[in-house]
Design a protein around this ligand. Sequence first.
Ligand code: GTP
Ligand code: MG
Length: 540
Amino acid sequence: MLSVRGLSGFLSQAVACTRQIVLPPSKTQTSPSSSRRIRRWTSTLVPAPQNGDGGYEESRLNPPPESYALTPFQDKCSILLHAGGGGHGCISFLREKFIPEGPPNGGDGGSGGSIFIQAVRGETSLHKIARKRQYKAGRGKNGQGKARGGQRGDDLLITVPVGTVIREMWRHDPMDEAEHVWYRLKHAEGDEKTKQRREKWLVYPGMPTSVFATAEFPELPPVTKSSLVMMQPPAPIRLDLDEHMETPMLLAAGASGGVGNPHFTSPDFPRPKFATKGGDGMRLLLQLELKLLADVGLVGLPNAGKSTLLRALSNSRARVGSWAFTTLQPNIGTVILDDLKGKPTAPNLTKGGNVRTRFTIADIPGLVEDAHLDKGLGLDFLRHVERSAVLAFTIDLSAGDAVQALKSLWVEVGEYDMRNDADFNTETEERHEQWRPSVSDLSFDGEGVPSFEEELPALPLPPVSSKPWFVVATKADLPGTEDNYQRLQEYLAALTRGDVKHPSRRQNAWRRRPVAVPISGIRGEGIDRIPEVVLDLLDS
Ligand SMILES: Nc1nc2c(ncn2[C@@H]2O[C@H](COP(=O)(O)OP(=O)(O)OP(=O)(O)O)[C@@H](O)[C@H]2O)c(=O)[nH]1
Ligand SMILES: [Mg+2]
C-alpha cells in the first residue's frame, strides 16, 4: 500500500492533470471566479483512520455491512385521483314572527376540492405517492338556510420529484355526463324519468319520495363549466415536469355545488320545494414515471466502490460490503453545494439561468456481463442508467485492467441502446396507436376503472450513449494502482483525439473529453474534484 503521503502525491498529481483536461478554456474565461468558488466545496468527512495491520478501521466510509439504511425507492406508479364532489343546494324558506310563509332562502352547495400537482426539488422517489394510490379531494359542504352557501371542499396537493412524467390512462368526467342526463331527462318516461329526477333533484325534507314521479320540476339549469375547469390540462393528460415548479398546477377541478331553491322561483313555482344536487368529482387514473432519476448515475461492476463513493459525497447510508451485489436497488444521495444557510458556496448557473446549489447521485446495482440480455439485475439496472443525466463510470483500479473494465461497461450500455432502437422501430406505429387513454363510455356508471397495473408504452428517452460521462477510478489507495490509472488516462486521451473508437460503438455517442478522477472513497480523498466535473458536465 502507498504511504499516506505517497497517495496524496499521486492523487494531487492526477487531479491536477485531470483538471487541465476538464475545464474548457472558454468556461474559465467567462466565469473566472467559478472554479475558485467551486473548490470551496469540501467534504465534511473525516478520512477513515488506519489501524495497525494496514486495513481500515470502521468509520462512516468503511461501515460494517449491517450498518445501513434502506431507503424506499420507486420510479413508477399509478394513482387514482378523485376530485371533490359539490355540496347539495338547500331547500329552505324565510320564517319570522309575522311572516309564516316567507320567500325561499336555501343556500347553494360549495364546490368540491381540486387536485393540484407540483414538481419540487429534494424529492427523489415516487414511493410515498405509490403507497397511497388513491387521492380524494374534499367534498363541498351543503348549502344552508338563511341563504348561507356551503364551504368549498379541501384541495389536495401532490408533490412529485422534478423529472416526473405523468400520463393519463383513464378518466371519468361527470361534467360530460351531466349534458347527457339533461337530454335523457327530457326524453325519459315512467320509471326511467323518476330515476333521472332522483339523480339530479332534492326535494323538501319530509315529502314522500313519490313526488319524484308526480311533481312537476322546472328545466334543469344548464351545465356551466367553472373557470377552474377551463384551466385543467387538456385530455389526455401528458405532462413532463422537468423543472422545479414555484406554484402548483391544476390536474382535476372539483365539481360545482348544487343550487338552492331560490334559483327556481318563478310564477309557476312561487315556493319551490326543490334544489339540485352537487355534481360528482372527476376521476382520473394516471401513470407517474421518473424520467430523470438523478443528475449523476454511478455505473460500475459489482464491488467497484459505488456505494462507498456515494457515502463519501453525500449523507447517504447506502450498504457497503466486500461482495458483489451488496446494493440491490438504487440509493439516491444529494450533494449539497451550499453552506446550509442558504448561501451557495459553489454556485453554478444552470441552463435555465438558476443557481444550482445541489445535485443528486444514484448508486445503482452493479452491472454484469450480458446485462442487456437481462442477466443479473440487467434491464432494471439499465433502466436506471437511462434515467441519469450524467454517467459516472466507477472503475476499481485494483481489480484488473481499468480500460478493459470501462470497455465492457460500455458494451452493455451500447447494446442496450441498440436494443431500444430496434424496439422503437418495430413499435413506433404501435406506440402512436396505443397511447390513447380510454375515456369512460356513455353508460356513466362510474364502474370499470382499469387495472393499476396496466402498462403504457415505454417512455421515449435519449440514448444512453449520448449522455456526458466521466470515469471515477476508485481504490486508488491500494498498491499497484498507479500504472492502471496511467493506462486509463492514456486511453481516454486517445479517445479524445479520436485515435480509438468510442467504446459504445455507437455513432452518436458523446465525444467531449472524458476525464478520469482517481479517488479513495474509503478515505474520502480525491472526491472534492467530483462536484466540479459534474457541474461542468451537467451544464454542457
Ligand atoms: N481500499 C479501498 N477499498 C474500498 C474503496 N471503496 C470501496 N472499498 C471497499 O470495496 C468494497 C465494495 O464497496 P461497495 O461500495 O460496497 O461497492 P459497490 O460498487 O457498491 O458494490 P455493489 O453494491 O455490490 O455493486 C467494500 O469492502 C469497500 O470497503 C476505496 O476507495 N479503497
Ligand atoms: Mg453498492
